[in-house]
Design a protein around this ligand. Sequence first.
Ligand SMILES: [Zn+2]
Length: 250
Amino acid sequence: MNLFDAHTHLDMKHFQNDRDAVIKRARKAGLVGIVNSSIGSGSFRRTLGLVNKYEGFIFHSPGCQVSKLTDDETIEIINMSRKYSNDIVAIGEVGLDYYWVKDEAGRKAQEPRFIKFMDLAMDLHLPIVVHSRNAELEATILLEKYFEGDVLMHCFDGKSSVAQRVNDNGWFITLPANFDKHNNRREAAKIISLDQIMLETDGPYLSPVEGRNEPKNVIYGCNALAQIRNKNADLIAETTTNNALRFYDI
Ligand SMILES: [Zn+2]
């Protein structure tokens, strides 16, 4: 069975003591690739190290969701890194967070940044990985207005009406390994075409088991999706893996 973790954070400190063992376990569990999303300058650097060490297995999607850098600094780092390697397979995660940011001004302030990174992705002809926590509809409206290219709504948790819109736009979603515990995600898993669904862990977060999450756990999402769509797990693994390889152009 070939599996793919389309979004995770192996550079984080949660993995500092046993990162290589985690990656070894992922390979043993049948994973053929992992996309690591960096979210700031230290994270970017650590991800470069991982991508070099595990060439052809770990790929890089640089974003800025919790970065302390200015947007221009982040963009400069991404552009510079692109000169030396082709390991960057997408831009993001970037988008809107209405879960942590509750005030209207703070929410609005995220929009220019989101649009700036959409422009970057279009300039580089790369797909975009979108963070849209409690802001799925708002992110969808902005993307429809400003972005042309492939979109992945990572950890999608929007209502059915937004899931339908994402599907009709031909965009992708990722389902995390514990997605079946969330109503919106279960519904999205029924609505979105199987050709537009990938699996992710978002490790160390969103674990389907006690403790830290890690890439080998994508199998939990695979089995849950197989059950919901009434397909066998091998077919789900193959389809979601092919979707990831196609989306990231690997
Ligand atoms: Zn993430």
